[in-house]
Design a protein around this ligand. Structure first.
Ligand code: PLP
Length: 399
């Protein structure tokens, strides 16, 4: 008799290529020494957590009644945290959200999973745009829904609108946008968002269905050169926002984020009520209490994006010298590079074995022929990797 479910057997067999690379990096450090291994595989923030967040956590611990701090609260979270999130959004985006529109979640991952659980029945479809955060497939298949992939559109990686329109069917319940995008680093501008919204509005009418836009926003504040990230509830009525403080506040292990459900979305009251049930039945019960309270005092003090920008500029300079092509990153802390051979996995293996450069194959993001470089690493690691990238490029006749 099989003990482990078929789905879990599949997950065990496929594993996570990124995590595997990370583990391989640790093994290589033992073999080559830390200074000779250049790990650019994981999206773990490298900029220090703002002092305001640490101070806020201490302040909450010292000044909150212990029953309140450590006890259960409403599944949706503390009223004060939800109100603080609503106020913050209203101030920044001129919106009119109230505490009831916000459910505090265990990161963006939890917000996405709750939203997908609320919206899909088995066999329903959720659209994603390649390249995409690879966990989406798992989040979607958890509930028996199907991932429908809109193929990548290099070198801009802006969604191909015809392919998007063709992907929408009567069974489409949601479309996930990750803006700024992991792994491509590009930002969908207002014009692109307007076009997507128009297509979705039209399809909703055609099929008589509700198609939700799930705006996955862990990197919202990590943008460069003054690029603006459109706030999607303004452009498409049926939008739910899945936010996380993981990246912009450098607290991914703390697991804090929220699901925003505007009043304007179809069946909003049911969705809001369902989100409280969703977080409970998915086994989280509520977002971590300390973090819910700590973010209230720290929201205005996000991490210093200039640190990532310095890394971005240096990396681009090195790749230019080495002769590689890439999509110019406008946000996140990832750079998406074209591999000089079609087989991105083979190229990534070569970079690792011969140059100790740990990169992530684009195939893992449904985008073969490309690779991701996570530059959320110490600046010095990027500086020291110059000769490796240049030598790698040279081997392929690029410099
Ligand atoms: N969405 C994207 C695009 C991500 O890159 C990540 C994390 O890397 C998540 C969601 C999950 O975020 P969190 O760990 O804050 O839940």
């Amino acid at each position: 008799m099989e003990v482990i479910s078929k789905e879990m057997q599949r997950l065990l067999a496929t594993g996570s290529t990124l995590r595997a690379m990370f583990e391989e990096g640790k093994r290589m450090v033992k073999q080559y020494g830390a200074e000779n291994v250049f790990d650019f595989s994981l999206g773990n923030p490298s900029v220090p957590t703002p002092a305001a967040m640490n101070e806020s956590m201490i302040n909450v611990i010292n000044n909150t009644d212990s029953m309140m701090l450590h006890g259960y609260m409403s599944n949706a979270g503390y009223e004060s945290s939800r109100q603080a999130v609503a106020d913050d959004l209203n101030r920044r985006f001129g919106t009119h959200f109230a505490a009831k529109n916000v459910t505090m979640t265990v990161g963006a991952a939890n917000a996405l999973v709750i939203a997908i659980k609320i919206l899909t029945n088995p066999g329903d479809e959720v659209i994603v745009f390649a390249p995409f955060f690879l966990e989406y497939r798992n989040y979607i298949s958890n509930f028996g829904a199907k991932t429908i992939v809109v193929p990548p559109n290099p070198p801009t990686f802006m969604p191909d609108m015809d392919a998007f329109a063709a992907a929408i069917t009567e069974r489409t319940r949601a479309v996930i946008i990750d803006n700024p995008n992991n792994p491509s680093g590009v930002v969908y501008d207002v014009e692109t968002i307007r076009k997507m919204a128009a297509i979705m509005e039209e399809k909703q009418k055609e099929y008589g269905t509700s198609i939700f836009l799930l705006s996955d926003e862990p990197y919202r504040e990590i943008v460069y050169d003054g690029v603006e990230v459109p706030f999607l509830t303004k452009y498409y009525r049926n939008t739910l926002v899945c936010y996380s403080y993981s990246k912009a506040m450098s607290v991914p292990g703390e697991r804090i984020g929220y699901l925003l459900m505007p009043d304007e979305v179809d069946e909003s009251e049911q969705i809001i009520a369902a989100s409280s049930i969703g977080i409970r039945v998915l086994g989280c019960v509520n977002a971590p209490s300390l973090q819910q309270l700590a973010i209230i005092g720290a929201m205005d003090h996000l991490c210093d994006v200039n640190e990532y920008d310095k890394n971005r500029k240096l990396l681009m300079e090195i790749l230019d010298e080495a002769g590689f092509e890439y999509a110019k990153p406008q946000g996140t802390f990832y750079l998406f590079m074209k591999t000089p051979i079609e087989d991105d996995r083979a190229f990534v293996a070569k970079a690792k074995d011969d140059y100790q450069l740990l990169l992530s194959a684009g195939s893992a993001f449904d985008c073969p022929g490309w690779l991701r470089i996570a530059y959320c690493v110490p600046h010095d690691r990027i500086a020291r990797s110059r000769s490796r990238f240049v030598a790698l490029g040279h081997e392929f006749g690029l410099n």
